[in-house]
Design a protein around this ligand. Structure first.
Ligand code: 5GP
Length: 129
Protein backbone atom coordinates (compact mmCIF):
# COMPACT_ATOMS: atom_id res chain seq x y z
CA UNK A 1 0.00 0.00 0.00
CA UNK A 2 1.25 3.48 -0.88
CA UNK A 3 2.56 5.50 2.06
CA UNK A 4 0.75 8.69 3.03
CA UNK A 5 3.67 10.62 1.55
CA UNK A 6 3.39 8.74 -1.78
CA UNK A 7 -0.27 9.79 -1.79
CA UNK A 8 0.86 13.39 -1.25
CA UNK A 9 3.30 13.12 -4.18
CA UNK A 10 0.56 11.72 -6.45
CA UNK A 11 -1.87 14.45 -5.39
CA UNK A 12 -4.29 11.98 -3.82
CA UNK A 13 -3.77 13.82 -0.50
CA UNK A 14 -3.37 17.63 -0.67
CA UNK A 15 -0.32 19.43 0.64
CA UNK A 16 1.39 22.80 0.62
CA UNK A 17 4.11 22.05 -1.90
CA UNK A 18 7.43 23.82 -1.59
CA UNK A 19 9.56 22.14 -4.26
CA UNK A 20 9.61 19.21 -6.65
CA UNK A 21 12.20 17.55 -8.88
CA UNK A 22 12.14 14.27 -10.79
CA UNK A 23 13.24 12.36 -7.69
CA UNK A 24 12.39 14.54 -4.67
CA UNK A 25 9.48 16.46 -3.16
CA UNK A 26 9.27 19.07 -0.38
CA UNK A 27 6.10 20.21 1.41
CA UNK A 28 5.11 21.91 4.65
CA UNK A 29 4.60 19.69 7.69
CA UNK A 30 0.89 19.78 8.58
CA UNK A 31 1.63 19.86 12.33
CA UNK A 32 4.70 22.09 12.44
CA UNK A 33 7.12 22.72 15.26
CA UNK A 34 7.54 26.21 13.84
CA UNK A 35 6.30 28.22 10.84
CA UNK A 36 8.13 26.98 7.74
CA UNK A 37 8.71 23.42 9.07
CA UNK A 38 9.24 21.49 5.83
CA UNK A 39 9.59 17.82 4.95
CA UNK A 40 11.92 16.70 2.14
CA UNK A 41 11.32 13.22 0.76
CA UNK A 42 12.51 10.94 -2.03
CA UNK A 43 9.73 9.98 -4.44
CA UNK A 44 11.00 6.43 -4.23
CA UNK A 45 9.31 4.81 -1.24
CA UNK A 46 11.96 3.68 1.21
CA UNK A 47 11.06 3.30 4.89
CA UNK A 48 14.27 4.08 6.79
CA UNK A 49 16.46 6.92 5.56
CA UNK A 50 19.69 5.03 6.21
CA UNK A 51 18.43 2.15 4.05
CA UNK A 52 18.50 4.44 1.03
CA UNK A 53 21.29 3.76 -1.42
CA UNK A 54 24.20 6.17 -1.04
CA UNK A 55 23.59 7.98 -4.29
CA UNK A 56 19.93 8.75 -3.58
CA UNK A 57 20.69 9.57 0.06
CA UNK A 58 23.36 12.11 -0.90
CA UNK A 59 21.09 13.69 -3.47
CA UNK A 60 18.31 13.95 -0.85
CA UNK A 61 20.79 15.81 1.38
CA UNK A 62 21.67 18.19 -1.47
CA UNK A 63 17.97 18.78 -2.24
CA UNK A 64 17.33 19.39 1.49
CA UNK A 65 20.20 21.88 1.64
CA UNK A 66 18.71 23.84 -1.25
CA UNK A 67 15.30 23.92 0.43
CA UNK A 68 16.85 24.86 3.81
CA UNK A 69 18.71 27.75 2.20
CA UNK A 70 15.44 29.03 0.72
CA UNK A 71 13.65 28.66 4.09
CA UNK A 72 16.38 30.67 5.81
CA UNK A 73 15.93 33.49 3.31
CA UNK A 74 12.22 33.95 3.99
CA UNK A 75 11.43 32.65 7.48
CA UNK A 76 12.80 34.72 10.39
CA UNK A 77 14.96 32.31 12.42
CA UNK A 78 18.41 31.90 13.92
CA UNK A 79 19.08 28.88 11.71
CA UNK A 80 17.37 25.96 10.02
CA UNK A 81 17.77 22.66 11.82
CA UNK A 82 17.63 19.22 10.22
CA UNK A 83 16.12 16.22 11.98
CA UNK A 84 15.36 12.65 10.96
CA UNK A 85 12.82 10.66 12.98
CA UNK A 86 10.43 8.52 10.96
CA UNK A 87 8.47 6.97 13.83
CA UNK A 88 5.13 8.14 12.42
CA UNK A 89 5.47 7.84 8.65
CA UNK A 90 7.45 4.92 7.14
CA UNK A 91 8.64 6.87 4.10
CA UNK A 92 12.10 8.40 4.46
CA UNK A 93 11.99 12.14 5.16
CA UNK A 94 14.10 14.99 6.47
CA UNK A 95 12.53 17.60 8.74
CA UNK A 96 13.81 21.14 8.09
CA UNK A 97 12.81 23.33 11.02
CA UNK A 98 13.36 27.09 11.40
CA UNK A 99 14.87 27.38 14.88
CA UNK A 100 14.75 30.29 17.29
CA UNK A 101 14.83 28.35 20.54
CA UNK A 102 15.61 24.78 21.59
CA UNK A 103 11.84 24.25 21.98
CA UNK A 104 11.46 24.50 18.20
CA UNK A 105 13.61 21.38 17.83
CA UNK A 106 11.77 19.23 20.34
CA UNK A 107 8.56 18.06 18.60
CA UNK A 108 6.53 18.80 21.74
CA UNK A 109 5.34 22.35 21.28
CA UNK A 110 3.45 22.72 18.00
CA UNK A 111 2.56 25.93 16.16
CA UNK A 112 -0.86 26.84 14.78
CA UNK A 113 -0.65 27.93 11.17
CA UNK A 114 -3.70 29.13 9.22
CA UNK A 115 -4.47 27.91 5.71
CA UNK A 116 -3.50 31.33 4.32
CA UNK A 117 -0.21 31.29 6.21
CA UNK A 118 0.58 27.78 4.95
CA UNK A 119 -0.10 28.93 1.40
CA UNK A 120 2.01 32.07 1.79
CA UNK A 121 4.91 30.18 3.41
CA UNK A 122 4.98 27.51 0.68
CA UNK A 123 4.89 30.17 -2.03
CA UNK A 124 7.58 32.31 -0.40
CA UNK A 125 9.97 29.40 0.15
CA UNK A 126 9.40 28.18 -3.41
CA UNK A 127 10.13 31.66 -4.76
CA UNK A 128 13.41 31.80 -2.80
CA UNK A 129 14.74 28.56 -4.33
P1 5GP B 1 8.01 11.26 11.82
O1 5GP B 1 7.62 10.08 10.95
O2 5GP B 1 9.32 11.87 11.39
O3 5GP B 1 7.99 10.90 13.28
O4 5GP B 1 6.90 12.36 11.66
C1 5GP B 1 6.15 12.51 10.49
C2 5GP B 1 5.80 13.98 10.26
O5 5GP B 1 4.92 14.02 9.15
C3 5GP B 1 5.11 14.67 11.43
O6 5GP B 1 5.80 15.86 11.75
C4 5GP B 1 3.70 14.96 10.89
O7 5GP B 1 3.16 16.18 11.34
C5 5GP B 1 3.89 14.94 9.39
N1 5GP B 1 2.71 14.46 8.67
C6 5GP B 1 2.03 13.31 8.93
N2 5GP B 1 1.00 13.18 8.07
C7 5GP B 1 1.05 14.27 7.26
C8 5GP B 1 0.22 14.71 6.16
O8 5GP B 1 -0.75 14.07 5.75
N3 5GP B 1 0.58 15.87 5.57
C9 5GP B 1 1.65 16.62 5.98
N4 5GP B 1 1.91 17.76 5.32
N5 5GP B 1 2.44 16.24 7.02
C10 5GP B 1 2.14 15.07 7.64
Amino acid sequence: MASIFSKIISGEIPCYKVAETDDFFAFLDINPNAKGHTLCIPKKEVDKIFDMDDELYLRLMKFSKEVATAIEKVVPCKRVGMTVIGLEVPHAHVHLIPLNTMEDARFLQKTNVSKDEFQELAKAINSAL
